[in-house]
Write a protein that binds this ligand. Sequence first.
Ligand code: SAH
Length: 245
Amino acid sequence: MEKLRAGAQKLGYRLTPEQLEQFSIYYQELVDWNQRLNLTRIIDYEEVQIKHFLDSLTVTLALKSSTASNHPRLLDVGTGAGFPGIPLKILLPHISLVLLEATAKKTTFLHHLKEKLGLHGIEIVVDRAEEVAHLEQYRERFDIVLSRGVASLPTLVELTLPFCTIDGQFIAQKKGGIEQEISQATKAISTLGGNSGKVEVIKIELEEFTNERYLAIIGKVSPTPAQYPRRPGLPAKRPIVRDGD
Ligand code: SAH
């Protein structure tokens, strides 16, 4: 896990031997389960360290300093094989984490992994975000909502902002074309209670990554109206992009 260790150091974190061992187990389980489940295209040892593990840890660049000391509640929407949620949990064991994933087979892997890594304070929920966001115990309950590789921003904010507390934030991991994506999402962000006028963008400046990567940080400033998110599939099929949608 030398590539990961060196990359994490650039983010300001010195991974302990125990954490490096956890990442090593994560790698082995990912590759093993990937023979039966379609979890990821990336299975090369060095590539996983950079494109899955280190990439997940870049989210720390957006976490408020308060996250380091308090016990924030985090939600990872569409976590797949656990990215970015599980690497962050390995790095910051004090966070309380909910992993949300619609595909039951993938959550079988997550349960197994949680056990193998000896992680506590992780809840795994199998369902669609459109459904879970209407349940009282999840709606507007998270200080920080994360998501990587799930949908374009106008759709994604409908799947994520309903989960944020007021003053909480949604952090999206994105590749190039971020400014255009944000401008397309303006209407959706304000409709869902986000601060559309002040989306912060952080560019990831690590030589480990060959393509451009960004974090878009959207603050929640008012409650999400009760009708959102709309029924499963609609946020993707008919994103909120115009007045009247
Ligand atoms: N975040 C992971 C997985 C990305 S693939 C990573 O970056 O590697 C997108 C995942 O989101 C898939 O596993 C898919 O099942 C899940 N997903 C897509 N739409 C969803 C929804 N509406 N609710 C919950 N999960 C969803």
